[in-house]
Design a protein around this ligand. Structure first.
Ligand code: F6R
Length: 252
């Protein structure tokens, strides 16, 4: 696993955006995997600036979201479909629907999950997957205890996740209890992965994911099995890494 310690969230955004730019240079019609939440916002801002400056185009790309709440319709500002449309497709100049989101309002959620995995496969797989990480080590919404080989499926959110995401709702009780999420096995199939994290609240998760044993108790640790996984963190999120000096010297 490659670990890059960046100065701040803005720097994380720039470095992760460089990875997207490199993929798009090689493959303008790349298939991209997008995370939602707070961590990747600086990445999307950096990408949007490059699009506005005419340096980068997402016009030919397609994409896939990682996850969606069950029961929140796409037009609702709390849905991840809304985030994808307003924070990614519009600022990056992608047509509506270019990024597919699991259908958390489907009558048959299991079929919707299966359909989503098949759509990724028929697009030829994901060239670059962007991830955040939960304080409990989840990637996507693969909560602790998730099968390391799991596929896109219905998952119950951990209490910790519902508390963390309550900032987007009136109260933790209003946060949906279930979601559809790409599985850990699905995520591992991406050809390259970039995980971004900032702030001290993520330090324990980053230490476990990067340097701990591979365990379903810290689902992101499965990325240690991926041949092209990069973790880009700020100093606070890196503060519990034992090999921080090594990562710094390897990057210089
Ligand atoms: C989002 C996702 C989650 C978040 C994680 C961190 O699509 O799948 O894994 O990346 O919960 O969220 P933030 O970035 O808001 O701290």
């Amino acid at each position: 696993m490659e670990v890059v310690i960046a100065a701040d969230a803005h720097d994380i955004g720039r470095l992760a955006a460089d990875r997207f730019a490199a993929v798009l240079t090689r493959r303008p019609a790349a298939v991209l995997g997008f995370a939602t939440g707070s961590s990747p916002i600086a990445v999307y801002q950096s990408l949007a600036e490059r699009v506005a400056a005419g340096e980068l185009s997402f016009a030919a790309t397609r994409g896939f979201a990682l996850d969606e709440y069950v029961g929140i319709p796409a037009g609702d500002a709390r849905s991840y479909a809304w985030f994808i449309r307003n924070r990614i497709e519009i600022p990056l100049g992608m047509p509506a629907g270019a990024v597919q989101v699991p259908d958390g309002t489907a009558a048959d959620l299991e079929r919707a999950a299966l359909r989503f995995d098949r759509a990724i496969a028929s697009a030829g797989g994901i060239d670059l997957q962007l991830l955040g990480v939960g304080v409990n080590g989840h990637i996507g919404f693969n909560e602790p205890g998730s099968s390391l080989g799991s596929r896109t499926r219905i998952k119950t959110l951990a209490d910790q996740t519902r508390v963390d995401n309550a900032r987007f709702f009136h109260s933790p009780a209003d946060v949906p209890t279930r979601c559809l999420t790409q599985g850990l096995g699905t995520i591992l199939e991406a050809r390259a992965i970039v995980l971004v994290a900032s702030g001290a609240a993520k330090a324990a998760a980053i230490a476990a994911v990067v340097e701990g044993p591979v365990t379903s108790m810290w689902p992101g640790s499965v990325l240690q099995h991926h041949p092209r996984a990069t973790v880009i963190v700020d100093e606070a999120a890196a503060s519990r890494l034992q090999l921080a000096d090594y990562y710094r010297s390897a990057a210089s």
